[in-house]
Structure formats: structure tokens, C-alpha cells
Ligand binder design. Structure first.
Ligand code: ZN
Length: 291
């Protein structure tokens, strides 16, 4: 209807989306990234009205059910593209299309920020402290990194990861409480820390800055005995492994399933297999008997 009129105050969809209230964790995905089909592999199955959503993000004109209803002549807009000849029942309505476009952008965003270009963009946001600081005293204002607890959209909202205490926090402002965590994904924080060793360096400085003796509970300047009932009993929760031995112990606790468990599992699997074989034999017997 008015394709050329509003060009002066025309704002691209992506910029508009990233400037919305509560969307300040997002970076603007570059047009090149979106136009490369390789980067969008598999997304067409996850997003309803995928093609229309993609066109919306890229600022192409998309016909919606409303446009069709408001146009009495039903004349296709924008020439004779195959898109405008579609059955009006197949056209998305505006609200649905907006939702699809946001979902698609979020999923593309999660992929973009683990690419070189996106990582760099997010790193400068991290540097500017756009994601906020860790509330823990010993983390000394360490900058936080957005993270999703799952890569499946619609499950959980965005969380913030502190590379210093390795804890995950809920954003302090409610404006982020409807931002999908999957739009940042589970891979991003680990990759950011790996690609920018400076982040780990900042953590090391903080961990070394506070020696165990400087802080902790005190009464009139005297340290409370660690064995005391009112002593610092939860201190071990915040301790970092220092010697090789401690590190090994830590790794085996965090990441390894105890060996005895694994052995039990194997035994159980074997038993299951045996049972299945027996069942099959039983079945054979029955069929033979009935014949
Ligand atoms: Zn922290």
C-alpha cells in the first residue's frame, strides 16, 4: 500500500526487535549470517510459517490474513510473486507471524552467538557489563554471561552464568523473565570463556585476591573456630581445588559416575537381554502349541 513512503524513519526489523524493552541481552544478527542457508539448517521444522517469518526478519513484505481480508479486490500486492497467490486460508495472521518471527530470530541468535562474529559481538557486551554483575561478595562484581538451561525453546527463561563462582542466577530485573533461555543456549558461556582467556584471568585474580584467612565470620576481631557450632560451616561450598590431588578429587566428584554404578548397569543390561531371549522362546513355544 505504501512501500516507498516511510523510508526515512524506516527501522529494520532486527534493530527494532533488539531495542524492545527487555531485549537488551540480544545482539543484532548480521544479514549475511541469516542469508546463509547453512546457518538455518533444520529451523524450518521448528518454526511455523517459517518462510514468512524469515521474510519478516529480513524486512521483505509478507502478506498476512489481515491484508487479504482488508483488500476487497484481493489483488496480489508486490507483483506476481508465488507467495501472494496463496490460498488466504494458508496465510498467517499478524500475531502468529510476529510470534514465529521472534521464535525464528531467537533460534538464529543462539546459533549466531556461537559463531566467530557473534561471539565477538557478545564479548563486547560482556565487557560493557550489559548483562550485570555477580551478586556474590567474593566474585567482586564479576560480569555475568547469559545462558539457557536448555536449547529447546519454550522451556525456561534466560539465566546468568558467573564464570567466577560457576553459579547460575536469575536476572534481577523482571523485564528478562519472559526472554527464552534457548535464544542464548547452553553452549555459549563455555565457548565465550574458552575463546577469551581474559575472562578466566579476571576470575583468577578475584580468587587469589581473597585469601581464606582474610574473610569469614569474626567476633570482636577474633576468628570463630571452624569446629564451633556457629562457625563457617558452609565454607567448603565456595572453596576452589588448589593442589593436583584436590583437583582430581573434584573432577571425579563432579563429572564421573561412580564405577560401582556402571558395573551394576552392565549386569542389569545382561539380565534384561537374557529375559528377552527367554520371552522369545516362550512365544515360539506358544505358537507351536497352538498350531
Ligand atoms: Zn559469581
Amino acid at each position: 500500500m505504501m512501500p516507498s513512503e516511510p523510508e526515512e524513519d524506516y527501522i529494520p526489523w532486527i534493530q527494532q526487535y533488539c531495542e524492545l524493552f527487555g531485549h537488551d541481552y540480544f545482539v543484532q544478527v548480521s544479514q549475511d549470517f541469516i542469508e546463509d542457508d547453512f546457518n538455518l539448517t533444520g529451523l524450518s521444522q521448528q518454526v511455523p510459517y517459517y518462510r514468512e517469518a524469515l521474510y519478516t526478519i529480513l524486512d521483505y513484505q509478507v502478506e498476512t490474513a489481515e491484508d487479504h481480508n482488508n483488500d476487497p479486490t484481493n489483488e496480489p500486492r508486490g507483483g506476481s510473486s508465488s507467495n501472494s497467490k496463496r490460498n488466504p486460508a494458508e496465510l498467517p495472521n499478524k500475531a502468529l507471524l510476529a510470534h514465529s518471527a521472534e521464535l525464528l530470530y531467537g533460534l538464529i541468535h543462539a546459533r549466531y552467538i556461537v559463531s566467530k562474529q557473534g561471539l565477538t559481538a557478545m564479548a563486547s557486551k560482556f565487557e560493557r557489563n550489559d548483562f550485570g554483575s555477580c551478586p556474590r561478595y567474593f566474585c567482586d562484581g564479576m560480569h555475568l554471561i547469559p545462558v539457557g538451561s536448555t536449547d529447546v525453546p519454550g522451556q525456561e527463561t534466560v539465566r546468568l552464568f558467573c564464570p567466577c563462582c560457576n553459579d547460575i542466577y536469575i536476572p534481577s530485573s523482571s523485564r528478562y523473565l519472559n526472554i527464552d533461555g534457548a535464544f542464548f543456549g547452553t553452549t555459549f558461556p563455555g565457548l565465550l570463556v574458552k575463546m577469551f582467556p581474559e575472562i578466566e584471568n579476571q576470575c583468577r585474580i578475584r580468587i587469589n585476591k581473597f585469601s581464606q584467612n582474610d574473610f569469614g565470620l569474626k567476633l570482636f576481631g577474633f576468628k570463630i573456630n571452624e569446629l564451633s557450632a556457629t562457625g563457617p560451616r558452609m565454607k567448603w561450598l565456595r572453596m576452589h581445588p588448589k593442589t593436583e590431588e584436590e583437583k582430581q578429587e573434584y573432577n571425579s566428584c563432579e563429572y564421573n559416575v561412580p564405577v560401582s554404578y556402571l558395573e551394576d548397569d552392565d549386569d542389569m543390561d545382561e539380565e534384561d537381554d537374557d529375559e528377552e531371549e527367554l520371552d522369545e522362546e516362550d512365544d515360539d513355544d506358544k505358537t507351536m502349541a497352538s498350531e
